[in-house]
Design a protein. Sequence first.
Length: 91
Amino acid sequence: MARRTVKPGFAPFSDETGVQNVGGLSIENGTERIALHGSVEITRDRAGLAQARDLKRTVDAIVRALGSTDLPESVGEAPAEPTRKLRNPFA
């Protein structure tokens, strides 16, 4: 059976650490953006119905959060991850 780790009370845009999983789809919370990675197969059975409901519950929470406040036109690009120099192991 597919992984189901949808937590009740998912609070979109409330932190930078929360992750929901529906099947192979990861929904990563953030204060400026929410990122979706992976995929999920919703099968025509009870397990598929449960996954579809989990996904809907999460997306509904995101839509409610977006609709409950004044939104800017755009939040801009995601900040680039900082780079650092590494020692060359072949030198």
